[in-house]
Design a binder for this molecule. Sequence first.
Ligand code: CO8
Length: 256
Amino acid sequence: MNFQTIIFEQKDSTGIIKLNRPEALNALNSGFFRECDALLNEVSKLKGIRVLVITGEGKAFAAGADIAEMSDMSPEDGRKFSSAGQTLFNRIENYHLPVIAAVNGFALGGGCELAMACDFRYASEKARFGQPEVNLGMIPGFAGTQRLPKLVGMGNALHLLFTANIIDAEEALRVGLIQKIFPHDWLMDETLAIAKLIASKGPNAMKKVKKVSHLGSNMSFEDGCKLETEEFGSLFKNEGEEGMKAFLEKRQPNWD
Ligand code: CO8
């Protein structure tokens, strides 16, 4: 798989997507949206990948949408660009595998929105987060206004969105934007270790927990519960049978 904006690598059962335009701090352009979408198509055909990790090359995770590409856009172009980004990020959120963001540096604007579309976020102590769009007379366009309040609460979200403040990893952890901080050089090893742990669990259960959590969060409580019941039931006479048998027989489950 040959791409201009990303590198893909498989380590055991983890697929690593590395944003690879370090000269532009991995700014997200339309090439990235196309290539990442194509990569997700390819990954779904590969056997043995159970978790994805998204990270960045160099000192940024991604410093935002590509301002150079956006600067000449018409309102209609802007809407198309926003829609392409939202479609990709929604696809990541609803992808059949767990997706972890390993935030190695700047995650600003669209970069923070990409991290938020992942299932959870680990960060290097060098990571920096923010939604600085209002500095440019813009607002987030890749669903940042929708995901940020869900993750950090409306007050913290609007504080970031209004001020364009760049916050460090400690502050991001405090507001609940990220789940863990590691020394910079440990970030990938720690992320791969948790990916390996997740990959050892029931793969169908993983898919279902992701589906029910994300879809359910956009439904009424009652509808979310109904979806949970439906998917819970679907795991009997499925891998749940093997998982429960293995427990009773005091052995490791065999998911393959
Ligand atoms: N887009 C394009 N190029 C970028 C971007 C970006 N977002 N960020 C950095 N670069 C480029 C710089 O222009 C520079 O290029 P060159 O070397 O050719 O001059 C190179 O990356 C290195 O950047 P700096 O020299 O600025 O590096 P510093 O370490 O001095 O500064 C910062 C790092 C603080 C991260 C700084 O680069 C910065 O402020 N970047 C912009 C951050 C920003 O405003 N991000 C939000 C962008 S808007 C957005 O994401 C909206 C998303 C929704 C869009 C909806 C679609 C319509």
